[in-house]
Design a protein around this ligand. Structure first.
Ligand code: NAD
Length: 498
């Protein structure tokens, strides 16, 4: 198989330089290297930021109508090409095609939200705050903003930020994950086709060196980061130290609490879907199932029955679940399975042996279920980010709540119950940013904002929705008086109004 060169997109065109460093991109279902990715040096990042900065001046002052026209055109193109983008995702990430298409569709919803930018950027106006004095507020673009994204949603996570940043009049430099970079390049080409001026949307590929330069560069005014907690914390600290606004979304350990009165068939379906969809490589995946006794035995029986029907294989072959993203990541997850056994958890379903409908060298691990997991085990304390579901048995609602609230992460959670009062109590008491009631993966719609609490988000602004518009603009308040001769005269006191 030929190996394709994958490079940066600068000012609307592929970068023509020679990269000192490259990394390999794999098809996880076959284990074959399919791409050679250019990794940017600090100097290349500077080159890209300069192009973005130059383009931001004109784009930041272009009319809202013209910006909205580009967004509508982009929406149509992305919708028309979503299958192509999904195929690129499956080829480099490994998730099954239907799931890849689902992530593009959720990203498309953010584009649709951003199409309403003329309405979203409306300011306030107060007439006659003092005699003949009016006050009004506007929101202006920042200039160049950077987006740094993770491997697990190579299209959707970039789409959480880029359409809103562009709609708000900024230029973007995005640094995608080096594991599956092609979807971002394909989407960037659609922006150009939609009529976005060259230089407003740029892609720079790379690793820590590129990220560090973006975090230092004086012309980068804001950073939207999504990835693991240690890197999110680092990006937040480095970016804010350099005077940038930063929203850094981190890792997760999402708990699904099942109360004794829940519909156990619904709960078992939800646990399997949310635990093993995308091979557990979702920041909203359920990895800890908290069974409030006496439901555990019945619930586990139903989950095992469903797991027995799942097909793990190549995402292009109608499988339910694909491989893990890379060989080292698969090995790390298998290491957690071994550690769980060692620590005394009960391995109810072992996904290590297969069968797998894919290449012999694919990065395979099947759905795995642990019972009788305790909070001190590494399969519970750590974010595994693989198809491993841990069941923790607790005696009461209060014990379940205590467990969830003691966890350092706070991204998503779900409660399964038929008791509306219990659900309402949970939504009030739980210290988590996104809560599902009989909904296992409560990802907010584009017009709400996405984000967790505690170690799942550093900064105070969540992604997309009106918080996204706020993040990518800064406010200005104008106090204006059109001269009335009666208001002349000296007065050195602090302005008050009458
Ligand atoms: P990661 O932290 O390894 O990488 C994320 C980005 O940071 C990539 O672009 C990567 O190139 C860059 N990076 C990696 N190491 C770096 C370093 N030392 N210095 C600077 N930059 C560095 O994350 P990942 O493995 O790509 O993605 C999976 C993680 O992302 C999981 O922890 C998952 O929970 C999290 N995630 C969170 C959300 C959310 O909304 N909270 C959404 C998706 C994924």
């Amino acid at each position: 198989m030929s190996i394709e060169r994958i490079t940066h997109l600068v000012g609307g065109s592929p970068w023509t330089g020679v990269s000192e460093r490259t990394s390999k991109v794999y098809n996880p279902a076959t284990g074959e290297a399919t791409g050679e990715l250019d990794l940017a040096s600090a100097a290349t990042v500077d080159e890209v930021v300069k192009v973005a900065h130059d383009a931001s001046k004109a784009w930041g002052t272009i009319s809202l109508t013209k910006r909205a026209q580009v967004l509508f055109a982009f929406r149509e193109l992305l919708n028309a090409r979503k299958e192509e983008i999904a195929a690129l995702i499956t080829a480099e990430h490994g998730k099954v095609l239907s799931d890849a298409l689902g992530e593009v569709t959720r990203g498309l919803e953010v584009v649709e939200f951003a199409c309403g930018i003329p309405h979203l950027l409306k300011g306030g106006f107060s007439e006659n705050v003092s005699t003949n004095v009016d006050v009004y507020s506007i929101r202006q673009s920042l200039g160049v903003v950077a987006v740094i994204s993770p491997f697990n949603f190579p299209a959707m996570v970039p789409l959480w930020f880029v359409p809103i940043a562009i709609a708000c009049g900024n230029s973007v430099v995005i640094k995608p994950s080096e594991k599956d970079p092609s979807a971002v390049n394909a989407v960037a080409a659609l922006w150009k086709e939609a009529g976005l001026p060259d230089g407003v949307m740029n892609v720079v590929h790379g690793d820590k060196e590129a990220v560090d330069r973006l975090l230092e560069h004086p012309d980068v005014k804001a950073v939207s980061f999504v990835g693991s907690t240690p890197i999110a914390r680092y990006v937040y600290e480095a970016g804010t130290r350099n005077g940038k606004r930063v929203q850094a979304l981190g890792g997760a350990k999402n708990h699904m609490v099942v109360l004794p009165d829940a519909d156990l068939d619904l709960a078992a379906d939800a646990a399997v879907n949310a635990g093993f969809g995308s091979a557990g490589e979702r920041c909203m995946a359920i990895s800890a199932l908290v069974a409030v006794e006496p439901v555990a035995d019945d619930l586990i029986a139903k989950i095992r029955e469903r797991m027995g029907t799942l097909k793990t294989g190549d995402g292009t072959r109608g499988s339910d679940m694909g491989p893990l993203v890379t060989g080292p990541h698969r090995d790390k997850v298998v290491g957690y399975v071994e550690a769980g056994v060692e620590a005394g958890a009960e391995l109810a379903v072992d996904g290590r042996e297969g069968p797998f409908d894919g290449g012999d060298d694919g990065f395979w691990l099947g759905p795995t279920l642990f019972d009788k997991v305790t909070p001190d085990m590494s399969i519970y304390t750590d974010e595994i980010f693989g198809p491993v579901l841990s069941v923790l048995r607790v005696p009461s609602y209060d014990a379940a709540l205590e467990l969830v609230n003691s966890n350092p992460y706070g991204n998503g959670t779900a409660i399964f119950t038929n008791d509306g009062g219990a659900a309402r109590r949970y939504q009030t008491e739980v210290e988590v940013g996104m809560v599902g009631v009989n909904v296992p993966i409560p990802v907010p719609m584009a017009y709400y904002s996405f984000g967790g609490w505690k170690n799942s988000l550093f900064g105070d602004t969540h992604a997309h929705g009106t918080e996204g518009v706020h993040f990518f603009t800064r406010g200005k308040v104008i106090t204006s008086r059109w001269l009335d001769p009666s208001h002349g005269g000296l007065n050195l006191g602090f302005p008050t109004h009458d």
